[in-house]
Structures are given as structure tokens and as C-alpha cells.
Design a protein around this ligand. Sequence first.
Ligand SMILES: [Zn+2]
Length: 494
Amino acid sequence: MAFKILTAEVSHETNTFSVRQTDADAFRDRFFLLGDAALKERAHANTELAGVLDTGRTYGWDLRHVLSVSAGPSGFVKRSAFDWFAEPIIQQASEETFDGVLLCLHGAMVPDFCEDGEGELLRRLRSVIGVGVPIAITLDPHANVTREMCDLANIIVSFKTYPHIDMRETGRQAGHILQRTMAGEIRPGTVMARVPMLEEVNGGRTDIGPMIARLESARTYESRDDVFAVSINAGFASADIAQVGPTVLVTGQGDFAAHTTFAQTIANDIWVRRHESLNTFLSVADAANMARSFPSGKGPLIIADYADNPGAGAYGDSTYLLEALLAAGVDDAAFGPMVDSEAVKLLIKAEPGAPVTLALGGKTNPKFGGGPIDLVGELVSVWDGKFVGDGPMLGGLSASFGPCAVIRVQGIDILVVTLARQILDLQQFKAFGIDPVKKRVVALKSMQHFRAAFEPIAGDVIVCDSGALCTPSYGALPYRNVRRPIFPLDDFEG
Ligand SMILES: [Zn+2]
């Protein structure tokens, strides 16, 4: 007999410091897809849902996919938006009987009425399906995992890569554990260890550094008969909530004391190595100076503005780095994105080739990353903002910046967009007539994800801190709700 499974994808990473609250339109801007429409768009790419479907085919599941919904990282999720996407899931769960539930979540959602969006969704779900039906969830390792999430879900599996490139594999792993649970073969539960930190010192990056060894030992522990998944979450520091920070989870059965001890061993390593930052955060002036003298012909110098990463809820309109590049006379360069819907509205009225004068960027909150800068340049092109990724993260997925334009100022091609998005894929420049490979310098907004697509073409990579909303200088942010003491806000060294 085929098992009947309820699935849904719900993803938001909430930066509680952002002044931009997240309403239903913000979700529609990224994607809100019901049932078959979601399967059509998301089932054939590197997504958790695709992995779940792979597993479903293997075991012949009778699968009901309710919806897939995601908004770009931004401020508190409004209750009206939360209820709007939660309701169809709860409704479907209450109308039919299911053998299992599999939700693809992010894990760092904060609605405006509670600190734990995923916990609230699971609580509502449990209230209609009861405690007997197994729930599996997948998470992004930038989840702030709460005690409630571990209690309400039986199975938790996080991605094991940052840049995230194992979404589909994660979906398959969660699906496989759920299958064994429904078949009565195993009875998993999840234990957690945590440390008093806002996030793992390198945000959990897995290309280099101590996460590699931690994940290896996690995989070894996972090979035990009574362990099904070990997840190491870096946490998400831009959420001012009590249960912020790194967590280590073991989904298993049997000797939970041993599982907890193992999780604590990894968590302790995260704590002990809390000062071992792998990035050197340059000032924007130092980054611009390096760009000025960077030789052509060896691939572009990639400058990542870590602090203005829209992928962590920054506004994407910080002007300090662009200002520094212009002041240093950097040319043969690309810069993107600059999120400024007002500027786009003006630019798309002009003809390509026309001279343009405008105040660009810095309009959301100049305190983080600088105010608007007055520019004189040339309009190169205007676009509808749509692109299809071809890199390791976005390959085959379509997405949009909304209406956008490219302007050229002193030899810098600037991509000005309507919707904030992190740069994850070369197509986010190429689709708009900018070939990053051919530039001497490419300045982009991302912390770590850009590495998957841009390191292979880079002459060199540097990272800077523009002082925007996701600045690694956490002392600049008004934390009030995180548990104290916590690193690095409080002194643990004395
Ligand atoms: Zn993430």
C-alpha cells in the first residue's frame, strides 16, 4: 500500500533589524506556487522538493504538494502573510488522513507575533494531525533551531554545504528517513546542543575551514545504526530572538544520551574556535585601492560586499563601496545589484545611450551603508529583470530582479534593480548584458554563496564590510531579545 504524504515548501529568513516588513506581496514577488504549478517549476532543479519527489518515486508515495512559498530575506513576517500561506497547509492536513508530512523549511522565520515561525507552523500542524503522524523537515543551516522545532518534528535534516549546493540531496535524505519511519522500521527523535553565540564564526562556510572536519565526524556518526541524520547549523545572527545561534542536531533513536554527548562535542568545537574567522573584512577604501591596481587578463577581482547581502536581509542599496570605487577611479568594472526601485522608474523612461543624472541608492536607511550618491552617467540598457540560473545553486531555476537597468559611470557598469536579491549566479549579470568574465573588477553583494559560481572565473576574491545592515560588527546592531551573555556581544575572555 502506498503511503500518503503531505508536502509543502515554506521559506523565509527574517532579518529582524530590517525596517522592511514582509507581507504577502513580498512572497508573491519571490514565489507563491500552489500544487502542480509548484511541482512544474521546482521539481526538476536543485531544490529540496525535487529530492523529496525523487524519494517519493522510489517508494511509490501518494503525494499531495500543497504549496511552495518564499520571500527574499527581509523584516518580520506579518501575521496576515503567515496565516495566508499556513492556512492551505493546515486545511489540507485536516481534510485528509496522511501517513507522513514533509516540510521544506528555512528555519529562521520570525513573524511579528512570535519568535519562531517554523515552530508556530509545526504547532498548528500538530494540532490537526495529532502526535502519531511523523513529520520530517528540511532546514537551511542558517536556521535558528528552537527547542519547539525539535519537539514537534520527528526528523530534521539540514543542508551540509555553504554555498548551499546539496538541497536536492537533503530532500532525498529526509524522505528516506520518513519512509523508514512510516514503515515502522525506526522511531526517530531529535536532540540538540547549542552554544552561546550569535552564529558560527564563519557563518558555517564549508569550502574551507573547520566545518569540513565537523561534517566529516557528523557523517561518521550518521553511519551508526541508531542515527539517521546529524545537522550542524551555523545559525542566523540577524535575528534578535532568544533562541538565536548555532545548533547541532542528531535525529536518531536508542541511546539519546550518547547522541546528545556527540552533538555537544561538535558544538564545543564551534565555541572553542569562535575567534578563527577565515575572512579578512577590508574597508571599502582598501578594497577600492586593490581594485584600482588589479591586473587585467587573469580573471576579475571579485569584491564581495558582505554587509549589504540581500540574501541575509540587507537592503542591497548601500553606496559606500560604489562611492569608494568611483573615488579610486576604478574602471573596466561591474557592480551589482544596486537596489533602488525609484531610480529604476526614472531610468526605464530614458532611451539607451542617453546621459542620465540621478541620486542612486542609500534610500532605505543611510545609517547602514551610506546615503544616496549623485551620479552622472549613461544609460546602457533596460530589462524586465528575468533570468534563468545556470550555476550550481540556481541552475535551471527562473527568477527576477523586477524591472532593472544598467548604467555606466566612469567605466563601471552598474546593475540597478527593483527587487533585492543576492548574487548567486553569473546569469544575474550575463542576462543583462554584463559578462563578468570579461571585466577586470566585479563588485557584488553576497557573503559566501557567490563563491560557487564566481570563484571558478575569479582572478582573486576579496571581502569587504560596507557597514550595511549585515555588518559583521554586531555591536552596531540594537540587540534586545537574544539570551545573554552571548558571543561576540559579551565578554567571555576574562
Ligand atoms: Zn543559508
